[in-house]
Design a protein around this ligand. Sequence first.
Ligand code: ADP
Ligand code: 5GP
Length: 220
Amino acid sequence: MKPAKTSPVQIARRGLMLVISSPSGAGKSTIARTLLGIDKNIGLSVSVTTRPRRPSEVEGVHYHFKSVREFERLRDSDALLEWAEVHGNFYGTPREPVEQAMAEGRDMLFDIDWQGAQQLQEKMSADVVSIFVLPPTMTELQSRLHRRAEDSEEVIQTRLANSRAEIAHWREYDYVIVNDDLDTAFDAVQSIVKAERLRRDRRHGMFDFVRGLLEETPSL
Ligand code: ADP
Ligand code: 5GP
């Protein structure tokens, strides 16, 4: 007779807030999208922004696109967990979906800049895991911004001009990845997520599990 199948051990844990930042064009959105496609246990925090929508972007999927007035109303009513002005536009993280995900032990990914990362770190440091993505060279960063072909030349120049100031914040992050080869960079991100999910201090369910383990008396 086959032994009865036991269900896999599930240990309850807190949700993870995975923050990814980089200078524009280094590849954080590509990495984020790949992760969201593969890993169904992680959801995207969809930001609000006053930036004009790019041709490939969909309202509510990539961003919630707002007027400056609407953005200010959200910000002033404390509906944003963090917000910042980046490259001349406002961006912010809606509070409610994040609080709900954390309460339910679901992981969330944040594609936000260093100012937003700092604010989340201050407010929710125990839950935040932060990754900074660097380009292999500044020349490649410039090429990627052009290859993406979604912004005007003027916007690309603003982003390039801001990139050195953004890179200066690399030391504020838990992990730093050089996105030279995309597969290698993505593997690194997956390894980080895997290991961070296993951290003892995130797995409160381990108390009950170990208690049960110690109470068990194996029958011969
Ligand atoms: P970010 O979100 O950091 O602004 P994107 O993810 O939009 O950057 O990437 C910018 C461009 O670079 C996109 O066209 C993307 O396909 C490309 N890209 C991303 N990672 C790599 C890589 N490792 N090698 C070559 N091109 C890349
Ligand atoms: P993009 O216009 O290329 O989508 O984003 C520009 C920058 O704004 C990127 O560095 C991106 O990570 C950042 N960003 C996007 N959403 C938010 C947000 O909600 N808060 C903050 N602080 N930055 C954001």
